[in-house]
Design a protein around this ligand. Structure first.
Ligand SMILES: Nc1ncnc2c1ncn2[C@@H]1O[C@H](COP(=O)(O)OP(=O)(O)OP(=O)(O)O)[C@@H](O)[C@H]1O
Ligand SMILES: [Mg+2]
Length: 267
């Protein structure tokens, strides 16, 4: 009889539910920020989360991560509530303004990425060899090999963003959440970063949820778009995402102009 080989490090199954948000409402300082959010994301999806300033994008990310508690409803990641043991090391978080690392921190790209390999589960048990290859892989995936020994403070905004993404990848994260990774980087860096994220979905089976104000850019790359303004008023394929002039209808208001609430970072 033939033996079927089952490997542990096989890529995540296509079509598996990564995230399930049900009837989620979140209040901050007494104000209802998210109302009845329903959302399901499957393995390999690249989802762009857009919406005006203060519409609750970061709040949704923090609720998914389990940092903010739901007023009502539930969040499930790989079938369990946020911060469950089965998620340790599987979730990568690239926070808003991640590229604005403090200038005083003297740390090389390799050292920063290595920090990503440390988590509650593997802190004491992960072998040096395993740690080394996780760091190598992550640096390679973001194309930062030549900057391995460069001080992070010497990098451009786009390079720094890559280094922060590599830190998330070094944990072997399958589900990567990014909040405004395109802010403060030039167009070329932006395009190559989007290409990188797209490759991570296609080639590495990663699942990505990314917040961005750059509607044009995100729409080009993400497979699916979500427009959030307290609740979700659009969730569908990027091709079906309304043009800017139609967005007004979506928002129930008259004027929406491009980059209306886009703040250029000081980089
Ligand atoms: N720590 C906080 N305490 C109370 N209210 C907050 C807090 N942080 C954010 N809010 C409020 O929650 C709402 C949503 O904020 P959130 O940061 O999620 O928006 P956002 O869509 O990420 O905006 P931006 O595009 O500016 O990043 C805003 O009205 C904001 O004022
Ligand atoms: Mg935000």
């Amino acid at each position: 009889m033939e033996q079927i080989q089952i490997t542990d490090d096989s890529p995540p199954l296509e079509g598996e539910t990564v995230l399930e948000v049900k009837d989620l409402s979140v209040t901050r300082s007494g104000k209802l920020v998210l109302k009845d959010i329903n959302l399901e994301i499957k393995t390999g999806e690249f989802v762009g989360l857009v919406g005006p300033n203060g519409s609750g994008k970061s709040t949704l990310m923090l609720s998914i991560l389990g940092i903010l508690k739901a007023q009502k409803g539930s969040v499930r990641i790989y079938g369990s509530p946020p911060m469950s043991r089965n998620q340790i090391g599987k979730i990568g978080w690239v926070p808003q303004a991640a590229a604005n690392l403090k200038k005083e921190i003297r740390i090389t790209v390799e050292e920063l990425v290595k920090l990503g390999t440390i988590n509650a589960k593997n802190m004491f048990f992960r072998s040096r060899k395993e740690q080394y290859s996780a760091v190598e892989n992550a640096i390679r995936m973001v194309g930062m090999e030549v900057f391995r020994n460069t001080d992070v403070s010497k990098l451009s905004g786009g390079q720094r963003q890559r280094a922060v993404i590599a830190r998330a990848l070094a944990s072997n994260a399958d589900f990567i959440l990014l909040d405004e990774p395109l802010v403060g980087i030039d167009r070329d860096a932006r395009n190559s970063l989007l290409k990188l994220l797209d490759n991570l979905c296609h080639d590495e089976g990663k699942t990505i949820l990314m917040v961005s104000h750059d509607l044009a850019a995100i729409r080009q790359t993400a497979h699916r778009m979500i427009f959030l303004e307290q609740n979700i008023s659009f969730d569908g394929s990027s091709e079906d995402f309304p043009e800017l002039n139609e967005l007004a209808n979506l928002r129930g208001i008259q004027h929406v102009h491009e980059h209306a609430d886009y703040k250029e970072d000081e980089g």
